[in-house]
Write a protein that binds this ligand. Structure first.
Ligand code: NAD
Length: 531
């Protein structure tokens, strides 16, 4: 029995309930957060078989891939978060770097944002919905999770089973398509975390304007690979083909197209059939280990782009090209004779998001960098391959992109300490590990000053301190505002920070003693103390 979409009419009440739970303070205690993280982890352990089956139905995805890229990564995120949560919520003490703040407590504290909306996508539907959810609840938020309708079986499983594990008063799961998303976007949230394409991202941003809601956009784009003449070609081909055919190319950080230096192009092409055989045996179409395209719409989009490209003079298939509409299968397909010119080459227009890999041969890496920059659309990933560090640095510094991996692909996503996110057309904001915790938190500055010791403030009150000719004002002015030429001011500031500021750590005690001493002299002078 198919699971029905969440009724649109129920959506305002559902969001209001999540807000009521947040306002009642259910989500803020660390105990609640830990409980939810454990519950999500529990779901991922106990429902492993069901998740694997659902993803097999949706994408014909082999178990090992689902285990690593969906279930495993989400489990690791839960465990990592549970391990570090105490550190992340602890107030972060900072230095005021000035005598003016020597008596103060200065802290950055992370507070929850409120009720967050997480809109997930279909290609890794567990990873891309549950890791944001893990991060949201770790930061103490209530959350509404909107599942993608495209990976039907996984969405149905999540909507049926996840509520059995998590606290339903503060974590709501919504299943549906555009009308349900639209109804959600009319509600007030404190953050919208969207994963998907750049067209819908614009719809999300427009909707967010109404309530001045911040957005995190995790998008994609045409992520390039640039293979240098000094690259280890057999290893490069193996890694690139692995990343391109994983999930049948339906990965946001998949290599979209590959620049190969002319001098090594022949070797690059020669390696491709060998690698395809290593990955999927003699016939990927018959391999149980090869994922299918998610829907007929995406299958037809990919096939028509490929067929249009094959009509361009000079374009040839190096490997693959076969497809099976009934199975929604497209072989890993490598094309040569392609150029960067998107007007001539249909494969260079949009993000491919499928197992088609155009190869562009090049002479001069400066021209490659200029051509990618000229598009003005930074991709989510950038992959230089070379044994020469200077080449890698040149590409890293020359091309904008969300994330870079040199001599490999995809792998940085699993490193919890690296932020994952795009820039420009590939998105805004980032997450994973502590970076995600900060994204789902409000960083509040908290300054606690002594209630007494008014003498320290005297200089700021107009009648006392605003006499700029006074000696003490001059001292304060030099210490705080440094009315000197810029370089002298920087040198003074550096000297102060390195040599004088560290002396302030015992300042509260010293100043306390000095003020006590001063007060006793004043009291003695006023005759309040006689001995
Ligand atoms: P999709 O069609 O599933 O859309 C994502 C979500 O947006 C779904 O929940 C859907 O219901 C909702 N949606 C669709 N149209 C909408 C509308 N008009 N108004 C409101 N909501 C709407 O996903 P997709 O866009 O096909 O996903 C593929 C794209 O996502 C690719 O560009 C890929 O690179 C990108 N992606 C990015 C990441 C990342 O982490 N940066 C991960 C995976 C995919």
């Amino acid at each position: 029995m198919p699971v029905p979409y969440t009724p649109v009419a129920d959506i305002p009440r559902l969001v209001a309930d999540a807000r009521a739970a947040y306002d009642a303070g259910f989500t803020k205690p660390l105990a609640w957060r830990r409980q939810q993280l454990r519950a999500i982890h529990d779901f991922l352990v106990k429902e492993e078989k069901a998740i694997n089956e659902a993803l097999f139905k949706d994408l014909h995805r082999p178990e090992a891939e689902t285990m690593i890229y969906d279930i495993g990564m989400a489990r690791n995120a839960a465990v990592h978060t549970l391990e570090y949560l105490d550190d992340w919520v602890a107030p972060e003490r900072v230095s005021g770097e000035s005598v003016a703040y020597a008596m103060d407590r200065l802290e950055v504290r992370r507070f929850p944002l409120g009720v967050v909306l997480i809109i997930g996508t279909w290609n890794y539907p567990i990873n891309l919905t549950l890791i944001p959810l893990i991060t949201a609840v770790a930061a103490g938020n209530a959350a509404v999770l909107k599942l993608s309708e495209v990976s039907v079986n996984t969405a149905e499983l999540l909507v049926r089973l996840l509520p059995k594990y998590v606290d339903n008063s503060a974590i709501k799961v919504v299943y549906g398509a555009v009308p349900e998303s639209t109804a959600l976007l009319e509600q007030r949230f404190n953050l919208i975390f969207y994963t998907g394409n750049a067209v819908v991202a614009r719809v999300i941003m427009k909707a967010a304007v109404k309530h001045l809601t911040p957005v995190v956009l995790e998008l994609g784009g045409k992520s390039p690979v640039i293979v240098d003449k000094d690259a280890n070609i057999p290893n490069a081909v193996k890694r690139i083909m692995w990343a391109k055919s994983m999930n049948s190319g339906q990965t946001c950080v998949a290599p979209d197209y590959v620049y190969v230096h002319k001098s090594v192009a022949a070797q690059f092409y020669a390696e491709i059939p060998k690698v395809a055989k290593i990955l999927y045996g003699n016939d990927p179409a018959k391999s149980e280990l090869y994922t299918r395209i998610v829907s007929d719409r995406h299958f037809n989009r990919l096939v028509s782009t490929l067929d249009a490209e094959l009509k361009v003079p000079g374009v040839e298939v190096v490997y693959g090209g076969n497809r099976d509409a009934k199975e929604r299968l497209i072989e890993p397909t490598v094309l040569r004779g392609v150029t960067q010119d998107a007007k001539k080459h249909p494969v260079m227009k949009e993000e491919l998001f499928g197992p088609i890999m155009p190869v562009i041969e090049y002479d001069d890496v400066d021209e490659v960098i200029a051509a990618i920059r000229a598009k003005g659309e930074p991709s989510l990933a950038l992959y230089p391959f070379s044994s020469n560090l200077k080449f890698i640095e040149k590409v890293v510094n020359g091309v904008d992109a969300g994330n870079v991996i040199a001599n490999d692909l995809i792998m940085s996503l699993a490193v919890e300490n690296l932020p994952f996110g795009g820039v420009g057309e590939s998105g805004m904001g980032s997450y994973h590990g502590k970076h995600g915790f900060d994204t789902f938190s409000h960083k509040r500055s908290v300054m606690v000053r002594p209630a007494g010791l008014e003498i320290l403030n005297d200089a700021r009150y107009p009648a006392n301190g605003y006499n700029r000719r006074g000696f003490w004002y001059k001292v304060v002015e030099i210490l705080l505002f440094r009315p000197m030429p810029t370089d002298t001011s920087i040198a003074f500031s550096t000297f102060w920070r390195r040599n004088i500021s560290p002396l302030f750590s015992p300042a509260p005690i010293l100043i306390g003693l000095a003020l006590g001493f001063y007060a006793s002299i004043r009291a003695r002078a006023a005759g309040l103390i006689s001995h």
